[in-house]
Ligand binder design. Structure first.
Ligand code: FAD
Length: 420
C-alpha cells in the first residue's frame, strides 16, 4: 500500500491550513489529504448570513480551489485507524500508510439527540445557522416576524464557536429593534450552561445586550424535543435540588444550535479520549500514546474554544511538530489555547473575545476587549474572511508564529560546555 510522509484527515480549516504551513516550511513534502466533500466552507460567515449581513456564496469554495498545490487529494472518507500499523482505512476498505498522521475531521452535529428536530429543520419556523443551507432561512424568518415568540437554544459544551447561538439572537433582535417590532416579540435564550459565556470578563457586556433587547435568559435549560407543525419545544431544566423537569414552550421561530460530538469513526477508535475526541497534549497537540499522530481543530481534545481562530494558531504548531517528528526530534512548538469569538452584539458592533487556556485574555489589539466596537465588526465582516482564505489557508502565519521551546543541546554543544 501507499505510504505518505504526512497523511491528513479532513480538508476543513485545520487540514488545509496545516498542509499549507507544512509546505511553506518544506516545499515538496509528500502530503495526502483525505477529504470526501467537494465543497469547503467558511463557517464563521454563517452567523452573518443568518443576520442578513453576508452573502452565503462567499462562504463556499470548491474543495479543489483550497487544496494547496502539490498535495495529493484522496476523495474519500476515513473510516478506521490502525495506529499499530501506521495505517488508516478508508470507507471502501483501502489502506493508506503514513509516517506521520494529522487528524482533523472536525466534529459531528448531532441533530438526532433532539427528538423531532431533523424532521422539521428548515420548516415550521425551525432554523439553524449551523448549516450552510439553513442560515438564509434564519434571515427569512427574522424578516417575516412581526410579533410572537422567538426561541434560541444552546446545547451543552463543547460546541464550535460557543458564542454563535447568542450571536444569532443578537442579530435577530437588532433587526427587530431597527424595524420597531422588538417590543412585540418575546425572545428567550435557552442555554444548557449555567452562565451566559464561559469567560467571565465578557459576561457584563453580554448581559447589557440581553437587557437592551429585553430577552429572557433561561439558564441550565436544554432543548430535548421539538414538534414543528405544532410549534412547540421542550426543554429539560433542573431545579435547585438538581431534579430535572420538562418545560414546554410554544414558538413562532426557533433557532437551534445542535448538540455536538466527536465524529463516530474517531469516537470508536483507539485515538479517542473518554469523551470521544482525538486525545492530544494541550500544548504540543501530539497524541499521548502514538508519537507520530497529531490532532487539531474541532476534533481534538484540547480544551480551547473550538474556532477557526484557534486553528490559525494550532496549524503552525502542528506543522512545526510534524516536521520535528519526521526528523526524529521531539516536538518543541507549543499552543497557548488561543481562540476567538467575535460576538456580534448588534448589526455593526462586535465584542472581540480573544482568550486562551484558563480563560486568560489574549487580545491581539491594545484596546479594552470587552467594549463593543465598530472596528471589530469591520474586522469580522470584511477582514476575517480574507484572512481565512488568503492567509490562513495559504500557510501564511501573520501574528500566528508558534512559540518554540529552545532546541535541546546538540552533542557538540554539550562537549563544548564540558571543555569550558
Ligand atoms: P471543519 O472546518 O468543519 O472541517 C472538517 C472537514 O473534515 C470537513 O471538510 C469534512 O468534510 C471533513 N471530514 C469529515 N469526516 C471525514 C472523514 N471521515 N474523513 C475525512 N474527512 C472528513 N470560528 C471562528 O473562529 N470564529 C467564528 O466567529 C466562528 N463562528 C462560527 C459560526 C458557526 C455557525 C459555525 C458552524 C462555526 C463557527 N466557527 C467560528 C467555528 C469554525 O468554523 C470551526 O471551528 C472550524 O471550521 C474548525 O475547523 P476543522 O478543520 O476542525 O473542521
Amino acid at each position: 500500500s501507499t505510504i505518505h510522509d504526512v497523511l491528513i484527515l479532513g480538508g476543513g480549516a485545520a487540514g488545509i491550513a496545516t498542509a499549507a504551513s507544512l509546505l511553506r516550511r518544506r516545499p515538496g513534502l509528500d502530503i495526502a489529504i483525505v477529504e470526501p466533500a467537494e465543497r469547503h466552507y467558511y463557517q464563521p460567515g454563517w452567523t452573518l448570513v443568518g443576520g442578513g449581513a453576508f452573502d452565503r456564496r462567499r462562504t463556499e469554495r470548491p474543495m479543489a480551489a483550497v487544496m494547496p498545490r502539490g498535495v495529493r487529494w484522496v476523495r474519500a472518507a476515513a473510516a478506521a485507524f490502525e495506529p499499530e500499523h501506521n495505517a488508516v482505512v478508508l470507507e471502501d476498505g483501502t489502506r493508506l500508510g503514513y509516517r506521520v498522521l494529522v487528524v482533523a475531521p472536525g466534529l459531528k452535529l448531532d441533530w438526532d439527540r433532539v427528538e423531532g428536530l431533523r424532521a422539521t429543520l428548515g420548516r415550521n419556523g425551525v432554523t439553524s445557522n449551523y448549516l450552510f443551507d439553513l442560515a438564509p432561512y434564519t434571515w427569512q424568518l427574522v424578516q417575516g416576524l412581526e410579533r410572537g415568540r422567538a426561541l434560541f437554544s444552546q446545547p451543552s459544551m463543547p460546541i464550535k464557536c460557543a458564542g454563535a447561538p447568542q450571536k444569532a439572537m443578537y442579530l435577530s433582535c437588532s433587526e427587530w429593534e431597527r424595524r420597531g417590532v422588538l417590543r412585540d416579540i418575546e425572545v428567550h435564550f435557552h442555554t444548557a450552561a449555567a452562565v451566559l459565556f464561559g469567560v467571565k470578563e465578557f459576561v457584563p457586556p453580554l448581559m447589557r445586550t440581553v437587557e437592551r433587547y429585553g430577552a429572557r435568559l433561561d439558564l441550565s435549560s436544554n432543548l430535548k424535543a421539538v414538534d414543528g407543525p405544532g410549534r412547540r419545544a421542550w426543554f429539560e431544566e433542573k431545579d435547585a435540588e438538581g431534579k430535572a423537569r420538562l418545560v414546554e414552550r410554544g414558538f413562532d421561530m426557533l433557532h437551534v444550535c445542535p448538540p455536538q460530538v466527536a465524529p463516530d469513526f474517531v469516537r470508536s477508535s483507539p485515538l479517542a479520549d473518554a469523551a470521544g475526541w482525538v486525545e492530544v497534549d494541550n500544548e504540543t497537540l501530539q497524541h499521548p500514546r502514538y508519537g507520530n499522530i497529531f490532532g487539531l481543530g474541532d476534533a481534538c481534545s484540547a480544551p480551547n474554544a473550538k474556532t477557526a481562530a484557534a486553528v490559525r494558531k494550532q496549524a503552525p504548531v502542528v506543522a512545526e511538530n510534524v516536521l520535528a517528528t519526521l526528523d526524529g526530534r521531539s516536538p518543541r512548538a507549543l499552543y497557548d489555547g488561543y481562540g476567538s469569538c467575535p460576538l456580534t452584539v448588534e448589526r455593526g458592533k462586535v465584542v472581540l473575545a480573544e482568550f486562551g487556556y484558563g480563560g486568560k485574555l489574549l487580545p491581539t489589539f491594545p484596546l479594552d476587549p470587552v467594549v463593543p466596537r465598530r472596528s471589530a465588526w469591520w474586522l469580522k465582516a470584511k477582514l476575517l474572511p480574507t484572512l481565512y482564505f488568503d492567509v490562513m489557508l495559504k500557510g501564511r502565519e501573520w501574528l500566528a508564529a508558534p512559540r518554540l521551546l529552545p532546541h535541546p543541546p546538540q552533542p557538540h554543544e554539550v562537549a563544548a560546555a564540558a571543555d569550558f
